[in-house]
Design a protein around this ligand. Sequence first.
Ligand code: NCD
Length: 298
Amino acid sequence: MVKKKQIFSIDDISDGDINRLFFRARSFKESNNYPQFRKAVLLTAFFEPSTRTRLSFEMAALRLGMRVANFQPQTSSMSKGESIEETIDTLLAMNPDILVTRQAESLKLPLKTHGIVINGGDGCNEHPSQALLDCFTLLHHFQSDNLYKKNILIIGDIAHSRVAHSGIKLLKRLNANVFLLSPKALAVVHEDVENFTSFNDVPTDIDVVMCLRVQKERLGQGDVFNQRDFIADFCLTKERLENFHKHCAILHPGPMNKGIEISEEVAKHPCSLISEQVKNGIFIRAALMEYGLELKSL
Ligand code: NCD
C-alpha cells in the first residue's frame, strides 16, 4: 500500500504502520521519552468546536519539541466571506509541516501541499486519531496486540458519529466482534457488524461498551429524536452494565452528556477507561505526528 501523506481515513494507514503506531505510543507511555523535532511546525485549524482533539494534538506536538500555531476561525477572514477551502489553501501556502483540520464537511482531496495533513474529524465521516487512541486503550487494557474474540458494543448515535465510523473499521481490522445498538433512526449498516435496536436483544458476553453522544448538531430536519425515549431505551445505566461481563470496560470519546447516553454512576465506574482514553490520546497523536514527519522527509 502506498503511504499516504494526507490521512483522512483509518484506511489511509496500512496494518503494518498501525502496529508501528501502537508500538511507538506504548513506548511514549512507558518511557515518557520523545524524539525532538525542534524545527517542525504543527498548525491546527478547527472549524468546529473541540476540547480534547485539538489540545491533544497540540500537547503531543509540544512533547515532540515541535512548535505549534493555532488558527482561530472566529477571528479570521472567514467572517469576511472566505470559504473553508480558500482558508485551508491559505494555511497550506504557509507551509506547516503538519496541518490538523476539523470541519463539518469532508475536504476535496488531495490538497495542494508538501506537508502532512491529518483529519481531526470531518462531519459524520471519519476521525482516525480517535479510533487509534480508542483501540490503543483497549490493547493496553487487555495486554494484547489484537482484539480477537473481544465483543465490543457501541451504543448511541452511530449514524452521525465519525468516531464510530473510523472505530468500527479499526476494531474489525484488529479482529474484534462489533455490535451496534441505537434507535432505528440513528442506525447505520456496516459490513459484518450486527445492529440492534433494543438492549434486550444484545448478547450479554460483552467485553467493552462504548457510549456515544447524540450529535444533535448533525440531526437533519426530518430526523425524529425524542430525548426522553432515548434515555429510557439507550442510556447506559449500572443495571444495564451489570448484564455484561463482570469487568466490562467502558469507553466514551467525550464530550459526555451524563444522564443521556451514560449515567453519572457508569461514567465514574471503576471499569471506566474514559480518562485513560484522554491520556492515551497524547501518546497516539505523538506517534501519528512522528510517523507523519518521517513520511514528509521521504
Ligand atoms: C467526538 C467528535 O468530535 O467527533 N469527540 C472527540 O473528538 N473526542 C465525539 C462527539 O463530538 O460526540
